[in-house]
Design a protein around this ligand. Structure first.
Ligand code: FAD
Length: 592
């Protein structure tokens, strides 16, 4: 028995309509249906709309009903920040399709502004509230796909519910932000949260001439990167005059005369005209919980490799579910559009009687903010450490296309690989150009179970505009393979800090001119690589020599010379280009 106070309870017109206000037992209204399978889908954006279209392609005869709580279906979440920044000029461009088009082309019964509020798995029914009329109807299903996504996290910060504080999760949020920045003279904005949505929003607000501050409670932006790669993004944002306040959480918002003061847990006051809270998301799992479906250990809806929940006739996809990490096999949540689409397709296949199994997810992601691009695939060093998995790391910096061709820029790769087999476990790439191509190659390499030795062999397209005869990915493979073969020993920037400086000699093999212009790592001795062979007798054989240059390419040659002459030598992985941004970041973080 279901009781709703002061709302009209009726069952779908297709079956029986109950007397308004009179609750009725469900069974008496359920008619044995025709031989037509009825698929209900909850949520009409990335996962839900994909599932609906796929289901129709597989079965012309099924009745497919898609319920969407909001006004819109199948829109480009990922484009929302760019509409605010006027890169996407027309609001209509955000809509991949419309309910009318889904109905016309796919014969999908799309019901917007209708929220599924309860699932009864025994009766195989859902209760749906019409958000315009407050009417509740009960709809039977044969198969049910849940694609309810996730909601923006709203940290319990005093003052967060008052004016000028926004989220950016859907079209309505975007309209609100857009109306505010268009209708007011907004000079300054605070972004709470340094994830990819926060940073895309920072760029787009800055493009409107707004001074932007980003506050992040972790000591770094973009948690899908390790700190030593995130510093490239920090540096670029500071160059763009975005103020970063890292390692601090907002504890209070004070409102006065339309302005906001955000106060952090280290008592930093940030005065702004508006705030966008982009502090993560929470899976929309309440519907599944209410239906008694299993919730996974990470808080997402449990599904198996067929996207099947703990109920054989209910599938779930997208930001709401728990999935499996491809590399570690551990449970995780990966709220990205690609996986949601792929899962929507798989869920539809399975709901329509096919068998489609998905493997674990790599979480391949990419973000651009201003002119820097940062991408990641597989596991980070942080995660490998947390999981206690053995790994080795290499840093390489290569030009994104041939150096002799104009406008070559640096692309930095951090590679994580198994110390025994060389199997690639994860990769991160940053740079201004060519990041997308490298991360995609590396994602495929991980998916295919390749090793660093395979990276050396990859036959990638080359012409001077696009790459180099030895592509950045090949170079990453060479360096990592050299490490595993014992051709070169490496030290990392953080190891330098842990070692007793009396035990090693830091050798800078760049030219004197470069050193004069750029400086050296404190304590380093400079001998130009071209002169090293003539100065070997000046070096202390009792000490380990750690050589570096700009990217540690010349340092590698230095090591080869030194080890063959009886020295203990290693390179500083990634050289000056890995070491310097970390020091600069630390200095910037010290400044008030
Ligand atoms: P959604 O697309 O969020 O759809 C869920 C829908 O279900 C919602 O419309 C909701 O109203 C509806 N719903 C929920 N509960 C109910 C209910 N009970 N009844 C009816 N309807 C319900 N990912 C990337 O990979 N790359 C990017 O560049 C990127 N940029 C992004 C930028 C922004 C601003 C945002 C917000 C997200 C971005 N994402 C990006 C993430 C990506 O959009 C999501 O991972 C993806 O949309 C998840 O798909 P989904 O179907 O699970 O959920």
């Amino acid at each position: 028995m279901i009781i709703f106070k002061s709302i009209c309870l009726c069952y779908s017109a297709r079956y029986h309509v109950a007397e308004p206000g009179i609750p009725q037992p469900l069974n008496q209204f359920l008619k044995v249906r025709d031989n037509c399978m009825r698929l209900i889908i909850v949520g009409g954006v990335a996962g839900g709309a994909t599932a609906a279209a796929r289901a129709r392609r597989l079965c012309e005869d099924a009745e497919i009903i898609l319920f969407e709580r909001g006004e819109y279906v199948s829109y480009a979440n990922c484009g929302l920040p760019y509409y605010i920044g006027r890169k996407i000029k027309e609001r209509d461009e955000l809509f991949v399709t419309t309910p009318e088009r889904l109905e016309r082309r796919y014969r999908i019964d799309v019901r917007t502004c209708q929220e599924v509020v309860h699932i009864d798995p025994e009766q195989k029914t859902v209760q749906v509230r019409n958000l315009e009329t407050d009417e509740v109807v009960v709809e039977p299903y044969d198969r049910l796909i849940l694609a309810p996504g996730a909601r923006a996290m709203k940290p319990p910060i005093p003052g967060i519910d008052q004016g000028n504080i926004f989220h950016l999760k859907d079209v309505n949020d975007t309209d609100r932000v857009k109306a505010f920045v268009s209708g007011h003279s907004v000079a300054s904005a605070l972004i709470v949260g340094g994830g990819f949505i926060g940073l895309e929003t920072a760029e787009n607000l800055a493009r409107l001439g707004i001074a932007v501050t980003v506050v992040e409670m972790l000591p770094q932006l973009l948690p899908q990167l390790d700190y030593d790669m995130a510093v490239h993004v920090h540096q670029h944002l500071r160059e763009q005059k975005v103020k970063l306040i890292l390692g601090q959480a907002v504890k209070r918002f004070d409102h006065q005369a339309g302005r906001i003061t955000a106060v952090t847990d280290r008592d930093t006051d940030i005065h702004v005209d508006m705030v966008i809270v982009s502090a993560g998301i929470q899976p929309e799992r309440e519907l599944a919980e209410g239906a008694g479906l299993t919730i996974g250990e990470t808080g997402g809806i449990y599904v198996d490799e067929h996207m099947n929940t703990s109920d054989g006739t209910i599938w779930a996809v997208g930001d709401a579910i728990e999935t499996t990490d491809f590399v570690s096999g551990r449970k995780t949540r990966i709220p990205l559009a690609g996986p949601a689409n792929r899962q929507g397709r798989a869920a539809a296949d399975n709901a329509m009687g096919r068998k489609d199994a998905l493997g674990g997810l790599l979480g391949t992601s990419i973000v651009k903010t201003f002119d820097i691009v940062a991408a990641s695939t597989g596991m980070t060093e942080k995660c490998l450490k947390d999981e206690g998995l053995p790994y080795r790391t290499s840093f390489t910096h290569s030009l994104h296309h041939a150096g002799y061709y104009p406008d070559a820029t640096m692309v930095s790769i951090k590679l994580l690989f198994a110390p025994d087999t060389g199997k690639i476990l994860g990769a991160q790439v940053t740079g201004k150009n060519g990041v997308d191509k490298r991360i995609d190659v590396l994602a495929v390499a991980i998916y295919a179970g390749m090793t660093v030795y395979d990276l050396q062999e990859l036959q990638l397209a080359y012409a001077p505009q696009f790459g180099s005869a030895k592509d950045a990915v090949n170079i990453a493979g060479y360096v990592a393979a050299n490490m595993l073969k014992g051709d070169v020993q490496v030290r990392h920037w953080h190891e330098l800090e842990q070692m007793d400086s009396h035990d090693y000699l830091l050798l800078d093999v760049r030219s004197t001119m470069e050193v004069r212009k750029e400086g050296v790592i404190p304590g380093a001795q400079n001998i130009d690589i071209d002169e090293l062979r003539d100065h070997l007798d000046e070096l202390d054989k009792t000490k380990t020599i750690i050589a570096y240059c700009t990217v540690s390419m010349r340092a590698y040659l230095a090591c080869r010379i030194l080890t063959q002459k009886g020295f203990r030598a290693s390179i500083l992985s990634g050289g000056w280009m890995t070491w310097l941004p970390i020091q600069q970041d630390r200095e910037a973080q010290q400044q008030p």
